[in-house]
Structures are given as C-alpha cells and as structure tokens.
Design a protein around this ligand. Structure first.
Ligand SMILES: NC(=O)c1ccc[n+]([C@@H]2O[C@H](COP(=O)([O-])OP(=O)(O)OC[C@H]3O[C@@H](n4cnc5c(N)ncnc54)[C@H](O)[C@@H]3O)[C@@H](O)[C@H]2O)c1
Length: 248
C-alpha cells in the first residue's frame, strides 16, 4: 500500500486481537509501530514486530498527555492513530451510572483524548490519518447491548465531526466497522459462558452474507488501507468489514 514506509503508527488496544493484527500489518507495510494498551506486554508481543510498547489507560488524561509526549520524543511525531481500545460492558436499561461512566470514559473519552494529544503531532507532520474502530453495533440495535452500542454509534459521530475539523490540516478521519470476527476473545467468552465454541461460531457465521465470521487479518488489511495514501480521498467515512452483516 502506498505511503506507509517509515510512517509512525500508534495503535491503542495494541495487545488485543484486532489491534495487534493491525500493528502486524502496518509493520509489514513499513511503518514504525507503537502499541498502547492497558495491560502489560507479558508475552513480549511488541518485540516480535519490533514495535515500541506503552502501558497506558487511555481514559486518564494526564497519562495520555505524558505518553504522547514520550512517543514524540522517543519515536517521533505520529502520522497514523488507530483507536481500537475498548471497554466491553453489555447491558440494557439496567445499566448503572458507574457502567456508563466506565464505558464512556474509555470508548468515547479515551478515543478522544488520544486524538487530542496526537493531532498536534500530525499537524507538525503536515497531515495524518485517524482510524476509529466502531462496529456493526454502531449501526443497529442488539438486545442487551445498549451500553456498548451507544458508544459504537458515538464513535461514528466523533469521526464525522473530526473529519470536518481536521480536513484543513490534511488529517483524514475514518471509522472502521467490523462484523463478528473470530478472535481469541470470542473463544474465551464462549468458554466463560459455558457455550460450545463451534456452535457459537456457526450461529455468528449465519448472521453474515458470507456465512462465516471475519478474520483479524481482513480487518487489519482495511485499517492499513485507510491509513495509506491509497485512501487519500477518503475521510469522514464508515468502512464496513462485515461480510455483508448490514446488507441483510
Ligand atoms: N472482535 C470483534 O468481533 C469486533 C467486532 C466489531 C468491532 N470490534 C471492535 O474492535 C476493537 C478491538 O476489539 P478486539 O476484539 O480486538 O478486543 P480485545 O479485547 O482483544 O482488545 C481490546 C484491547 O483494548 C485494551 N484496552 C481496554 N481498555 C483500555 C484502556 N482504558 N486503555 C488502553 N487499552 C485498553 C485491552 O487491554 C485489549 O488489549 C474494539 O473497539 C471493538 O469494539 C471488535
């Protein structure tokens, strides 16, 4: 893909399934990659792709400011920001004030804080690309998912507003919206709930026109495309990587 060589890319949720796959792909495309995650990098995953690692809670503004200053000083001014980090609270009308505060602070607030402190670096570079992860859950209602889906709808709103604000700076802002992706987190949640992984995989597959769940590499390819100069006329857009979930 065009224009990725030597670009500095920060991926929040970089140790997660989709964040790490995106980091791997951007590394393969020649980017210098920084993984940001709440969890420590116990398995040394950053080292495997020659990436930097920053342990950070993206909902903590002082910590985000300090981390972004550190990235600029140690790696350089960032060109690409991929916001995949998310808090997963699935509740309906019974959600409490604490639930809302927690999920909003990470999914909306944390995403926003990362952009707040990275955008000045992109301006210094003369442009950049921000990719915010939403979901098919940012388009439709799903039972008992109100807390999560509200934040995924919000991500699409943020994207469109920032696309307007940042176009004059040459910064493109887009939303990436995966369907159900076959991840380790999916397998873990089936096991935690005592559900048969294969049965659940079949059930999830049937929700998509392509009759399967997506692969992390398929999402990563779309993120790399949005980050690259191949997407130079794309901003304020929602890119569905959903196997036809929303076309049904
Ligand atoms: N997996 C799917 O099927 C799917 C489908 C649609 C959309 N998405 C979206 O893709 C994104 C990534 O999902 P995933 O499946 O890779 O999840 P994941 O749980 O594997 O990864 C999320 C990562 O975010 C990190 N994180 C959580 N809170 C954080 C915080 N406060 N600060 C920094 N890091 C934090 C976690 O430690 C984790 O490593 C999410 O935004 C999710 O909504 C996923």
């Amino acid at each position: 893909m065009k224009g990725l060589t030597n670009k500095i890319a920060v991926i929040t949720g970089g140790l997660g399934d989709l964040g790490y796959a995106t980091a791997q792909r951007l590394h393969e495309e020649g980017c210098r990659v920084v993984l940001v995650d709440l969890q420590p990098d116990m398995e040394g995953k950053a080292g495997l792709i020659h990436a930097h690692f920053v342990q950070l809670d993206i909902s903590n503004e002082a910590a985000v400011e300090k981390a972004c200053e550190g990235i600029a000083a140690q790696v350089g001014n960032v060109h690409i920001l991929v916001n995949t980090a998310a808090c997963f609270i699935f509740k309906g009308v019974e959600a409490t004030a604490a639930d809302w505060a927690t999920i909003n602070a990470v999914n909306i607030g944390g995403t926003s804080l990362m952009a707040k402190y990275i955008v000045p670096q992109m301006r210094s570079n003369g442009g950049g690309s921000i990719i915010n992860f939403s979901s098919v859950s940012g388009f439709v209602g799903q039972s008992n998912f109100a807390t999560y889906n509200a934040t995924k709808f919000a991500i699409r709103g943020l994207t469109k507003c920032w696309a307007q604000d940042l176009a004059p700076d040459g910064i493109r802002v887009n939303t990436l919206c995966p369907g159900y992706i076959y991840t380790q987190a999916f397998i873990n949640s089936c096991e935690k709930l005592g559900l048969d992984v294969e049965e659940e995989n079949k059930r999830a597959a049937a929700m998509h026109l392509l009759n399967r769940q997506g692969r992390v590499e398929e999402v990563a390819a779309a993120a790399a495309f949005l980050a690259s100069d191949d997407a130079s006329f794309i901003t304020g857009s929602d890119l569905l990587v959903d196997g036809g979930y929303l076309a049904k």
